[in-house]
Ligand binder design. Structure first.
Ligand code: 5AD
Ligand code: SF4
Length: 442
């Protein structure tokens, strides 16, 4: 049997898309190989959000090319956002690539392989009508009790630093009936936790007007009503679209977890404006206040960028201040990386690398201290944990996540997929530790 291997870069949407790629290849009769070296079909599902994933991909493709020189019938496929961004030059940059596709044209891989399409390199890309929801393809889920659910594709925002709208196209929402039918099916198959995915997940539904009048809050309520779904997560929301109905749905739906990943990007209103984020520092802080008032014990995580063009030391200090003021439970921190074709890449006042490095170090320090303080407050409490498997560092322990999305390593005897109560006894800036006290009543 021919075997495939998929390497995934980037965000949760790519993790979702890779499960569809696997499902597609399995439908064509291929089996999964445990490593790239043992596979005949090598798929790279790429990311281009910053320069770093581009460089990592180059290293992977060099290895793949060497493998192909030894075994010429090896097929190399490159999909995802980098492929889409480089559609004009991909085959000349990497002559070893046989087939390429963008994030919206995954089915092309199946068509090409299914037609026995060797020989001429082939690609299909697109950010318009030719896109299809990956959600309509077969799937191979990593865990039987958790699932990604794509609710929209593309993004209509115009953040000055971001390449995503260019590679994923304009936002299109999946119809509520399709989303709910998929989740009902998943629940019947034993899925207990779903993560709703969209590049801008909470603006879902707006483009369905005038035919369908709905919003993300209504979708949360409908998913909450599906029997068997005990946890609902979603990512990533945009602060500008976090309106009252969404907050109310979060507060009122039992299955919706007490966690929001709310990308702030910068704590300086001046920089936020240059980034075209459409909110100010004050408005973000008001939103946090409103959310915390409505949803007790809410966990908040965020994304932060340092070194956006024109960022001064004072702007940067404002980011540090907001991290302290909000008290984020965790944050992804990024050094601004200019992306060709974005508005910010052409801005004057690019920040020197050494300044960016200094700022990211200082930011990480504050983020870790604040997160450690937040996690320390969990010690002594009992948290409901969905067991995911053995701990990554100590196989005698179990690992799972709380409703607030913190990883817990703990002693216990539960099986993956079970909901258990865990007494929290230890904490670090990123994890909790404890012991199972009982099987939780869901
Ligand atoms: N440089 C650095 N970070 C970026 N992000 C998006 N574009 C860039 C860029 N050009 C970050 C943002 C976003 C996260 C997914 O990646 O913080 O929320
Ligand atoms: Fe990377 Fe953004 Fe594409 Fe996700 S959507 S894979 S983060 S470029």
């Amino acid at each position: 049997m021919r075997r495939y291997h998929v390497t995934t870069f980037g965000c949760q949407m790519n993790a979702h898309d890779s499960e569809r790629i696997k499902g597609l290849l399995e439908e064509l009769g291929l089996g999964e190989a445990p490593s790239q070296e043992e596979a005949d079909v090598l798929v790279f599902n790429t990311c281009t959000i910053r320069e770093k994933p581009d460089t990592r991909l180059a290293a992977h493709l060099a290895r793949a090319a060497a493998q192909k020189r030894q075994r010429p019938d090896t097929v190399i496929a490159v999909g995802g956002c980098y492929a889409e961004a480089q559609r004009e030059r991909l085959f000349s940059l990497y002559p070893e690539v046989d087939v390429a596709f963008g994030p919206g044209t995954i089915a092309h891989l199946g068509e090409w392989l299914g037609a026995g399409g060797f020989g001429v390199p082939r690609g299909r890309f697109g950010t318009g009508d030719e896109r299809r929801f990956a959600a309509t393809l077969p799937t191979h889920r990593e865990r039987p009790f958790q699932a990604w659910v794509q609710i929209s594709m593309g993004c209509n925002s115009t953040c000055a630093y971001c390449i995503v709208p260019r590679v994923r196209g304009r936002e299109v929402s999946r119809r509520p009936g399709d989303v709910l039918a998929e989740i009902t099916r998943l629940a019947d198959e034993g899925v207990r936790e779903v993560t709703l995915l969209g590049q801008n997940v909470n603006s879902w539904g707006r483009d369905l007007l005038p035919e369908i009048r709905t919003d993300f809050g209504e979708l949360l309520r409908a998913v909450d009503a599906i029997d068997g779904i005990e946890r609902i997560r979603f990512t990533s929301p945009h602060p500008k679209d976090f309106r009252r109905p969404v907050i109310e749905a979060m507060a009122e739906c039992d299955a919706v977890c007490e966690h929001a990943h709310l990308p702030l990007q910068s704590g300086s209103t001046r920089i936020l404006k240059a980034m075209r984020r459409t909110y100010s520092r004050e408005r973000y802080l008001r939103l946090v206040e409103e959310m915390r008032a409505a949803i007790p014990d809410l966990a908040l995580t965020t994304d932060l960028i340092v070194g956006f063009p024109g960022e001064t030391e004072d702007d940067f200090r404002e980011t540090l201040e907001v991290v302290e003021e909000v008290g984020f439970d965790g944050a992804f921190t990024f050094v601004y990386s200019p992306r060709a074709g974005t508005e910010a890449a052409a801005m004057p006042d690019q920040v020197p690398d050494e300044v960016k490095r200094d700022r990211i170090e200082r930011l990480v320090e504050v983020v870790q201290r604040v997160a450690a303080e937040r996690n320390a407050q969990r010690v002594g409490r009992v948290e409901q944990v969905l067991v995911e498997g053995p701990s990554r560092t100590d196989p005698t322990l179990l690992r799972g996540r709380t409703r607030r999305n913190t990883t817990v390593n703990f002693t216990g005897d539960a099986a993956p997929g079970e909901l258990v109560d865990v007494l929290i006894e230890r904490s670090t800036s990123t994890t909790l530790g404890g012991s199972q006290v009982a099987v939780a009543v869901a």
